[in-house]
Design a protein around this ligand. Sequence first.
Ligand code: HEM
Length: 487
Amino acid sequence: AVAVLLVLSCLVSGSFTSQEQVKEPPGPRPLPLLGNLLHLDLKRPDKTLCELSKKYGSVFKVYFGTNKVVVLSGYKTVKEALVSHTEEFGDRYISPLVYDANQGHGILFANGESWKEMRRFALSTLRDFGMGKRVAEDKILEECCHLIKIFEEHQGKPFDTTCPVNYATSNIISSIVYGSRFEYSDPRFKKLVKRANETIRMTGSAQIQLYNMFPWLFSWIKNRQLILKNVEMSIRDVKDLIKHLKETLNPHMCRGLVDCFLIRKQKEEESGGTETHYHEMNLLFTVTNLFAAGTDTTATTLRWGLLFMAKYPQIQNQVQEELSRVVGSRQIRVDDRKNLPYTDAVIHETQRLASIVPMSLPHKTSRDLTFQGYFIKKGTIVFPLLTSVLYDESEWESPHTFNPSHFLDKEGKFIRRDAFMAFSAGRRVCLGESLAKMELFLFFTTLLQHFHFTPLPGVTEDDLDLTPAVGLVYSPSPHELCAISRQ
Ligand code: HEM
């Protein structure tokens, strides 16, 4: 048994190198089977990886069980990998759970020609129906009115902002995908949003990380069963919604992304093409991917923004002073952004400090390569540690504090920062970046125009906890705020 363990240990630690001695990235010594699990706090993997990078440098390896992961850390390294070597680092790693759930369809967890075509299709349709500036802006402004109404109903009393904010961002994706929004009271909509959020939360859980490391051992775990059930039910709901759109389809008018897909599918079928990517599974998973990637992320960022405002009232006052001076009480438009440098800086600083997707989504190398002197084999899992970029000490003056000056020059003008990589970079860069930025700007400014945010009575600003709830997306820990009307 000891001999077997020793052999395993050598294999796992990579001590048996091939004939041509290659230099692998450094890293802590792994144990057989467990890899570096004893070095990693699965409840805060991002933090542990940042710590390990101090010891092992900006390219290092760790073993999650028997899965070897190359971690990229710091602005220069992450940029060099994702931008200068975008092809080599640009594949997606499909974990066992993700494979169980969507089998390589859609965009988020897909590769190859199918991913390329679905990404291109979604980007061009989002441009027409979503990011096409005016259309998206009008949809978001309409949603702002509904959100304000809900906040007003609480009459300054404490409440949890999670549901209404999630409904608002889900409705933006709904309008783009289906061509229409839902009422917040619609029970089916409530269920759809709840299920999507639960799935994202559970996907980042320690249980699921264990399953991804040892699928043969942990296929029975509860979170896996729940996620697969949720995915199945979401797909059933999406099928239902698509069925209605199919029945009322007008080939000369796209109401949203689903119509565009169906029309394209019909055309490809008519032209007799056999190898089409426009099939049912890609439609279902592209739709669910856009909801999964586009609603919780934006909603969570907005909630961080409101929490930071309640925690730092002087910064909130400065935002409100700028809004009053530049916009007054009229409706805010995207064009106002260039005249609101302080507010723009606060939104960027919210995204930087909250760092809601700290390890990005896992990538995979598409071929063997030598990077910064290290050999990395084709198919290796890669974590671009976005937190290490957003907190890089050589890029940010005070990386661990909420400091809007990170995005302002000496005259108070807004400055773009290359190390602002909240949406990642390269060929896998967030597909919804422009839409998300527009949503964040319009929702955040409209809410601050109408409300002043405070902690509950009896709770001081210092008491407000900024420890994140860890999941696939890092959200604020459960809390309530008061939205005091400014009218
Ligand atoms: C991917 C962040 C909003 C759709 C990603 C990735 C990050 C990210 C870090 C992974 C990139 C990589 O693999 O390196 C965010 C943040 C958002 C946001 C912080 C909001 C504040 C949105 C929205 C949409 C969206 C609104 C939908 C319209 C996607 C899709 C991908 C993605 C489809 C997968 C891209 C691919 O694999 O090719 N996002 N995102 N995201 N995002 Fe976003």
